[in-house]
Write a protein that binds this ligand. Structure first.
Ligand SMILES: [Mg+2]
Length: 117
């Protein structure tokens, strides 16, 4: 599904502004933000917990909760990158390039195996 076009840095700035307006920077240490990301990932998992093997696990009944929890993870991940001095856009590009080199298409297309196993 295509995303609404938006610059990641404008999202970073908006999330920082939200925290600044509330004087929450004092609580947004990298450690605290990491723990918050992990907590929100747990909330995301809770949305589909006990759905068993039902497909799709995301239904009309839980889609809004799914989207909200994904957004919580995203917001906190962006805050974590910002507060720990990581240019997330650059890190994404660098890491994806590493993955391209580690998993060449001709060796890994259609395969779930990982390099080095
Ligand atoms: Mg949440």
């Amino acid at each position: 599904m295509p995303f609404t076009p938006r610059c990641l840095d404008s999202i970073r700035a908006e999330a920082a502004e939200f925290a600044n307006e509330r004087d929450w920077e004092q609580f947004h240490s990298p450690r605290n933000l990491l723990l918050a990301v992990v907590s929100e990932v747990g909330e995301l998992a809770e949305v589909v917990r006990w759905s068993g093997d039902r497909e799709p696990a995301i239904t009309d009944a839980n889609r809004q909760d799914w989207e909200d929890e994904l957004a919580d993870v995203f917001i906190l991940l962006v805050r974590l990158a910002d507060r720990s001095g990581v240019d997330l856009t650059a890190a994404f590009a660098r890491k994806l390039q590493k993955a391209r080199e580690k998993y060449p298409i001709d060796q890994f297309k259609g395969s779930a195996r990982k390099a080095g196993r």
